[in-house]
Design a protein around this ligand. Structure first.
Ligand code: BG6
Length: 516
């Protein structure tokens, strides 16, 4: 069996709570997410002893798979994608908890069969009747599945349940396509489930380094007093990917970088950096503060869109020596596509703490390298005391960089005198790296999120008002784009850092992007 090193960040957290027996129903279980992320995450939870006894999974999907076929596929998934190595003994037990039910999503009989399966498991195993429904299908099926769960009486909202038993629904992104569709989806969900039963996933919130933003800010005394417009010059949030759209051209054509990354992941990172200390570390208190940030973002509408938002699309090129095709030549992508694969923007959070501090966000595919980080750049000291120093050009400002991935960690750039008889100053880095400090890689986001949904802790999931406020900001930009002439795409080569215009967005403010 694999040896597990205790993670000190986890110790004492609510995740130490042990979830009670439950059944997880995965709708769309034949898709990539189940094989790559969900089952490997459950397997790692089993290694850590976090899976409750009598836990089972029912894969619900259209294909005609048997339990055995499902298990074999998931076994391959674990071998290829699990964080920890495959262990035959553990697999022998774990695989017995995996089952498959073949049905169309709009077939009421499928849901009846599901109901009897769930009841049978409860009876055979003496489990209390707790269920988690995971929607991992294309989003167009969400309404059908939610409606059928409601009609089959599976939502547990009305039913008299055993004490402590629960029904919860976990929903993958994208949650809606714009503000209107997000409101409609929330309305439909609320007809069948209460808000407390709903877990909207943004997998960035499950990343250990993202959670650490709050620990860094609120468990240390030294950062918070400097965390505002008096000391911070600006903030840069980067989520760069070196891959293109790969096999997801069809989805991406409908989405684009603004919907796919900014509406969810980037705004979540912004929330955590910009929010006020919550009154408690619980789901509602934390989410209340995040919503306040979203509500304070100055809308970008009309002419401001061209001034503050840059969009791009990748051309052919090469990333780390690998030839990349142009976006328009990707599978299931129109040869005249205007879909953006890159977005950079400047925004302001209009509140007391952040008045006048620009936040620069950028994300894109087929860029130079994969890196996600938040960089907080501090103002220069009020007096340039070391005017006599020889290399004035290296008098760079302090930067606190929170590296989300890869090489997870935190670094602080400070100026230091280089050894010698002359006054020579240059930047050096103080660094903390997860790998070396804690002796292990952080757990996968889905491990944490699945565990929290079983425990009933929704702190790391997005609330309905949060998702709608984020869409409201993004929809303004989408609507303006729709009225503008089609952009001249492609406008950046694969392997570059994005379009030139994105650089100009910062040059105009006498600033520049970091090259992390
Ligand atoms: C997903 C997006 O939510 O996040 C993808 O749909 C993107 O387009 C992915 O590639 C990035 O996630 P990560 O964890 O690799 O940064």
């Amino acid at each position: 069996m694999t040896t597990v090193v205790e993670n000190p960040l986890r110790a004492g957290s609510r995740s130490e709570a042990q979830p009670q027996p439950a059944t997880l129903v995965i709708f769309g279980a034949t898709g990539d997410l189940t094989k790559r992320k969900l089952i490997p995450a459950l397997y790692n939870l089993a290694i850590d002893g976090h899976l409750p006894p009598n836990f089972s999974v029912i894969g619900f999907a259209r294909r005609d798979w048997t339990d055995e076929f499902f298990r074999n596929e998931m076994c391959e998934g674990i071998k290829e994608f699990s964080r920890r190595p495959f262990d035959q003994n553990l697999w022998n037990t774990f695989s017995q908890s995996l089952h498959f039910l073949s049905s169309n999503f709009d077939q009421p009989e499928g849901y009846k069969e599901l109901q009897s399966c769930l009841d049978r498991f409860d009876e055979e195993r003496g489990t209390p009747g707790s269920r988690l429904y995971y929607l991992s299908t294309p989003p167009s099926y969400y309404p059908t599945i939610i409606e059928n769960l409601g009609e089959a009486g599976l939502s547990g909202r009305m039913a008299r349940r055993n004490e402590g038993a629960y029904s919860r629904i976990i929903i993958e992104k994208p949650f809606g396509h714009d503000l209107e569709s997000a409101i409609a989806l929330n309305d439909q969900l609320h007809q069948v489930f209460t808000e407390q039963q709903i877990y909207r996933i943004d997998h960035y919130l499950g990343k250990e380094t993202v959670q650490n933003i709050l620990v860094l800010r609120f468990a240390n005394g030294m950062f918070e007093p400097m965390w505002d417009r008096r000391y911070i010059d600006h903030v840069q949030i980067t989520a760069a990917e070196s891959v293109g759209v790969e096999t997801r051209g069809g989805y991406y054509e409908e989405s684009g970088a603004l919907r796919d990354m900014v509406q969810s992941h980037l705004l979540q990172l912004l929330n955590l950096v910009a929010m006020e200390p919550p009154v408690a570390f619980d789901a509602d208190a934390v989410r209340d503060e995040k919503v306040k940030v979203l509500k304070s973002i100055r809308p970008i509408r009309g002419n401001l869109v061209a001034e503050q938002v840059v969009r791009g699309q990748y051309d052919a090129g090469s990333v780390a020596g690998k030839e990349m095709t142009a976006y328009r030549d990707e599978e299931k992508v129109s040869s005249e596509s205007s879909t953006e694969t890159y977005v950079a923007m400047k925004l302001f959070v209009d509140n007391w703490r952040w008045q006048g501090v620009p936040f620069y966000l950028r994300t894109g595919k087929s860029l130079t390298k994969r890196v996600t980080e938040i960089a907080i750049q501090f103002k220069q000291p009020p007096l340039a005391l070391f005017k006599g120093a020889e290399n004035q050009s290296s008098m760079e400002p302090n930067v606190l960089a929170l590296r989300i991935q890869p090489d997870e960690g935190i670094s602080l750039k400070v100026l230091a005198k280089t050894p010698g008889t002359r006054l020579n100053i240059r930047p050096v880095k103080m660094e903390f790296l997860y790998g070396s400090s804690f002796g292990e890689d952080p757990p996968e986001a889905y491990e944490r999120l699945l565990l929290d949904s079983m425990i009933g802790d929704s702190t790391l999931f997005t609330r309905s008002d949060e998702v709608e406020t984020a869409w409201s900001f993004v929809t303004d930009i989408l609507e303006t784009w729709a009225q503008m002439p089609a952009p001249r795409f492609p406008n950046y080569e694969s392997g570059a850092w994005g379009p030139r215009e994105a650089d100009r967005l910062l040059y105009r403010d006498n600033r520049e992007w970091r090259w992390p």
